[in-house]
Design a protein around this ligand. Structure first.
Ligand code: PLP
Length: 423
């Protein structure tokens, strides 16, 4: 990316970079056909990046098997159905813009939920239709709960337009099984709902044998012709995974089964904001087409990728074991994403104090935690949760040594003091 920002440096620094990196930079500069990275691009995104993303999705889903292809000509991913954006957030917001036309338009969202959905639905004047994930069953998605939420909304004259599924989940870290996903796709078909699959944590998987990531696109196409017309948007981002470059604002969304008229409207929404930032688009290209075996930078890429993912897995285990040792705390092990969402039993006197301060009890816990230790955790109430339950969300992103110090000293002692103070 630095070479693309200053191509005149390439001849000077070319011995400092692996040969394939120099080649890729030159290749992109050539394809860019622009005076530099400061120019506007197409609203949908640079064609060569869209092509790389399409190839990445096709390879990821491994749907090239001739038996699948002959049954389903759409199994391949096509560049035309992919849109690049300044992170996945703006791409998802535009889907909600397409679907919401006032308070009678309802969107089903998981609870605990990621605030992008609740906030955007509110901003667009639509109706949130919460469905609760099942904490007692590793935050799985229960079809009866979906049916119930849909039924309640319809009984209140809300026309349900879309269903959001976050897989792997934020803040809950669950990974859906293929059977669960098939049921969700059937549900969308039956109720004619647009499925919004938020798959930004697809690379962050901690039990790949038992709980691998499978994309909704793949499951839908494996279900065959009757499900081809299920309308699916699926998003991915350079903010997560092992790339983790969230400040660069880079992501993509793929449409599948979306009628052309809706696709045209989506293009109009993209063109209002002219184009995604050019370097973010390049980053998506690099994410979708990493170095391959035989290229000079491959070994370094492979090493860094594996180190980051393994280290996240180790840190997930550390945080779980420490949290579970605290009085009144239970915590499911994350199967994916980057968070833990422990449940807290908050003493009655703390609940009373929170009421006096007019804040939720888990906010009181997080405020005192921040003030006394500097640890910043997000109260579960910010993600919504089953009434009467209390949670907090923490990430396991800090380096291992720092995390061990924070957990073993600061958090453990704070928790003990908090429980004593209010018991
Ligand atoms: C579930 C989920 N979806 C979407 C996003 C937005 O990511 P970005 O806009 O950085 O791609 C996030 C960010 O944390 C997230 O957790």
């Amino acid at each position: 990316m630095s070479l693309m920002e200053l191509p005149s440096m390439i001849p000077i620094v070319k011995n400092e970079f692996p040969a394939d990196v120099i080649e890729r930079a030159k290749h992109y500069i050539n394809l860019l056909e622009l005076p530099g990275t400061g120019a506007y691009t197409r609203s949908q995104g640079l064609c060569f990046v869209l092509e790389d993303v399409a190839r990445f999705i096709t390879a990821r889903d491994n749907l090239c098997d001739p038996s699948v292809r002959s049954r389903d000509p759409h199994a391949y991913s096509l560049p035309d159905n992919i849109f690049l954006g300044d992170g996945s957030s703006c791409l998802i917001r535009r889907v909600l813009q397409l679907l919401i036309n006032g308070p009678s338009s309802g969107i089903m969202i998981p609870v605990p939920q990621y605030p992008l959905y609740s906030a955007t639905i509110s901003l667009l004047g639509g109706s949130q239709i919460p469905y609760y994930l099942d904490e007692s069953n590793n935050w799985s998605l229960d079809m009866n709960e979906l049916e119930k939420a849909y039924f309640d909304a319809s009984a209140n004259d809300v026309s349900v337009k879309g269903l959001v599924v976050i897989n792997p989940g934020n803040p809950t870290g669950q990974v859906l099984t293929q059977t669960n996903m098939e049921n969700i796709i059937q549900f969308c078909k039956l109720k004619d709902l647009v499925l919004i699959a938020d798959e930004v944590y697809q690379e962050n998987i901690y039990d790949p044998v038992r709980k691998p990531f499978i994309s909704f696109k793949k499951v839908k196409h494996l279900m065959g012709t009757p499900y081809q017309d299920v309308k699916l948007f699926s998003s991915n981002s350079a903010s997560k995974g092992f790339v983790g470059e969230c400040g660069r604002r880079a992501g993509y969304i793929e449409m599948d089964g979306i009628p052309d008229i809706a696709r045209q409207e989506y293009i109009k929404l993209c063109s209002i904001e002219l184009c995604p930032n050019t370097m973010g688009q390049i980053l998506v290209g690099l994410m979708a087409r990493p170095p391959v075996e035989g290229e000079e930078s491959f070994k370094q890429y492979e090493r860094e990728r594996d180190e980051i993912l393994n280290s996240l897995s180790v840190r997930a285990n550390i945080i779980i074991s420490r949290l579970r040792s605290l009085e009144g705390v239970t915590c499911t092990k994350p199967e994916g994403a980057m968070y833990v969402f422990p449940s807290l039993t908050i003493p009655a006197r703390a609940i009373q104090k929170a009421e006096e301060c007019n804040i939720p009890p888990d906010t009181l816990y997080c405020q005192e935690l921040l003030e006394q230790t500097g640890i910043c955790a997000v109260p579960g109430s910010g993600f919504k949760q089953v009434p009467g339950t209390h949670h907090l969300r923490m990430t396991f992103l800090p380096p291992k040594e720092k995390m061990l110090y924070i957990l073993d000293n600061l958090l453990t002692q704070f928790h003990r003091r908090f429980m004593e103070k209010y018991s």
